[in-house]
Ligand binder design. Structure first.
Ligand code: DLL
Length: 433
């Protein structure tokens, strides 16, 4: 089934005509209402009147997460606060996260795009959706929730965590669709098995997973363990939340980007020049319908390639490959986005800690485990064991308070962490996904 036949299967020409009209409106809106964009456009010597074709998009400057942080919290909003009905924030950031606002119409558009995405992923009216994405500032839980309601499916707002209870709910409530991060849902499957709840006896047909990188190998494992068909959903809070792009269950080969709402470009992360279809580079989005938080040429740092080939599902919207990495050092640990520099700021607040640290990430029982190795100075290291343990606990607590995730902290002797000739190796990611 296709949720919005007219728009999802629109011929390219008509789709591009809509894109141009909406791009012009967006550019006018940000120029009039967001000083940041007005100044950037003026520096680049472009004005809204210069945008006469989709190719003119390339004349506009890029924006980055740093720009959003600089204008924190509401500097990038394009509407007065009395029109903002919801505020989300990007997860796991210290001090200055990114705040993103939505008008009532933004929420409606998002719910609509999520409904499209759920249907593309195999859901329908009458389905019962076990939504294991976290509810809160993170957009996953509420994004899926509103989409499920717009579709007319029944949604169980179970959120993340409390895994044993989830297993019981899955058995008793008979959900037919599961949504969540792929790693958490695999973990959930393992816990359920331990409790004697077998996915073979459950009613799941499809699982719609995202918010973190995963692979074809993981898809095969999830499909086998959870006994369902698994599809990939993508999004980011700055641009909307989940539902920017999704795989169709018919092809399971690349994620359709809802192009009537977003223009996607792939650029070389170094030269920032657009690259041809099929070439891997950094994904850049321009929003076309966002009212409260429109973005022009936002660099996502996600690495992928675009595929314009027609799809067997009949949707005409371009597909992007699975995200294969990032052009920065952001890590996603249990769905929480973390930059090594943010851990660094926790460490440097503490006396006696040398500026050498390393984040080691492993995956145990399908869950990410973060270990933070931290060098201490000679003086501190000669302290009693009790003092060192107390410090490990303190750092671990600070990380938990700031990011909401548990990390094992290990203090090590001076000069224990390997020095590199070039950039320090801050992250050792042992996860095989
Ligand atoms: O993760 C929104 C979302 C929720 C997407 C639920 C899908 C499902 P943020 O917390 O802002 O938003 O994180 C966005 O997560 O730039 C990617 O690096 C990564 N990401 C999201 N989806 C995928 C995916 C949500 N399917 C950042 N595959 C993005 C790989 C993903 N990475």
């Amino acid at each position: 089934m296709i949720f919005n036949m007219e728009y999802e299967t629109m011929p390219r020409e008509a789709l591009e005509a809509i894109q141009l009209r909406r791009l012009q409106t967006t550019v006018e809106r940000v120029y009039a209402n967001v000083p940041f964009f007005r100044e950037k456009f003026q520096q680049a010597k472009v004005s809204p009147a210069d945008i006469r074709s989709l190719d003119d998009l390339r004349r506009l400057p890029f924006c980055t997460k740093m720009d959003l942080r600089d204008n924190y919290p509401y500097g990038m909003f394009a509407v007065p606060m009395d029109l903002v009905v919801r505020i989300h924030a990007s997860s796991g950031t210290t001090g200055k996260p990114t705040a993103v606002g939505h008008t009532a119409r933004d929420i409606q558009t998002w719910a609509h795009l999520m409904a499209r995405s759920l249907v593309a992923g195999g859901a329908n009216r009458g389905d019962i959706i076990h939504n294991a994405f976290g509810y809160g500032l993170f957009t996953g839980g509420l994004g899926v929730h509103y989409g499920a309601e717009a579709l007319g499916a029944s949604v169980i707002p179970v959120s993340g965590g409390n895994t044993k209870r989830q297993a019981i709910i899955m058995k008793d409530f008979g959900p037919t669709i599961i949504t969540g991060t792929p790693s958490y849902c695999l973990h959930l499957a393992e816990v359920a098995e331990e409790l004697g709840v077998s996915f073979k006896d459950l009613k799941f047909r499809y699982g719609i997973f995202g918010a973190e990188p995963w692979s074809e190998t993981m898809r095969a494992e999830i499909e086998r363990k959870l006994n369902l068909i698994a599809v990939d959903i993508y999004g980011l809070s700055e641009v909307m939340g989940p539902g920017v792009a999704v795989e169709c269950h018919e092809a399971k080969k690349g994620l359709h980007i809802w192009e009537d709402n977003f223009i996607a470009e792939i650029v070389d992360p170094v030269t920032l020049e657009p690259v041809p279809y099929g070439t891997t580079g950094e994904l850049v989005f321009t929003t076309l319908t966002r009212e409260a938080f429109p973005l022009v040429r936002y660099r996502t740092r996600d690495i992928t390639a675009l595929n314009p080939e027609p799809c067997i599902c009949g949707r005409t919207h371009i597909r992007m490959n699975r995200i294969t990495g990032r052009s920065d050092d952001m890590l996603i640990i249990r769905g929480v986005n973390i930059f090594p520099s943010q851990i660094e700021s926790v460490l440097l607040d503490i006396e006696g800690i040398a500026p050498h640290y390393q984040l080691v990430v492993d995956r145990k029982d399908s869950l990410d485990v973060l270990t933070v190795l931290v060098e201490v100075n000679e003086k501190l290291f000669s302290d009693e064991v009790k003092g060192l343990q107390a410090m490990e606990k303190r750092i671990s607590k600070n990380i938990k308070d700031l990011f909401g995730i548990s990390a094992a902290v290990k203090l090590v002797e001076p000069k224990q962490i390997a020095r590199s000739e070039g950039k320090a190796i801050r992250v050792v990611d042992n996860r095989k996904i």
